[in-house]
Design a protein around this ligand. Structure first.
Ligand code: SF4
Ligand code: SF4
Length: 121
C-alpha cells in the first residue's frame, strides 16, 4: 500500500510532463512534441553546414521552443534561418522548425514596433 508521500513522488513527474504538453499544445507548438531528435535535419541545413555548432539548427530550434530557451536560440542566430525548407524535406515526421522561427521573428517585430510607439524619437 502506497503512502501519500510515495503517491505524490510517483505522480509529480506525470503532472509536470502533462502540464508541459498542455502548455505547448495551447500555444500551437505541437510539432515540438513530435521531434524524435534523430538529427537528420542538422546535416541538411545549409546554415548548420556553414556555421557548425554556432547555429542552433532545426533540432535546436525545436528544443528551444520546447524548453522556453528562445532568447538563447535567437542570440545564437536562429533568426538567420532562411526558411529554405531543407530540414522539413529530410525530416521523417515532416516537421518545419522554420515555423517556430517565423513566430519568433513576428514577436520580435511586435515588440520593436510597440517600443517605437511608446518612445517615438
Ligand atoms: S529530422 Fe525531424 S524529428 Fe529528426 S531531429 Fe530534425 S526535426 Fe526532429
Ligand atoms: S529552414 Fe532554416 S533551419 Fe531549416 S534547413 Fe533551412 S535554414 Fe536550416
Amino acid at each position: 500500500m502506497f503512502e501519500a508521500m510515495e503517491i505524490a513522488v510517483v505522480l509529480l513527474p506525470v503532472v509536470l510532463v502533462a502540464g508541459m504538453v498542455v502548455r505547448l499544445v495551447a500555444r500551437g507548438h505541437t510539432q515540438v512534441l513530435l521531434c524524435m531528435e534523430c538529427e537528420l535535419c542538422m546535416g541538411a541545413c545549409p546554415l548548420c553546414v556553414k556555421r557548425g555548432e554556432a547555429f542552433p539548427g532545426p533540432k535546436g530550434i525545436l528544443a528551444a521552443a520546447k524548453t522556453g530557451k528562445v532568447d538563447a536560440a535567437i542570440a545564437a542566430g536562429a533568426l538567420d534561418c532562411t526558411s529554405c525548407g531543407a530540414c522539413t524535406h529530410v525530416c521523417p515526421r515532416g516537421l518545419a522548425p522554420q515555423r517556430e522561427v517565423e513566430r519568433w521573428r513576428a514577436e520580435a517585430e511586435r515588440v520593436a514596433s510597440r517600443h517605437a510607439a511608446e518612445d517615438p524619437a
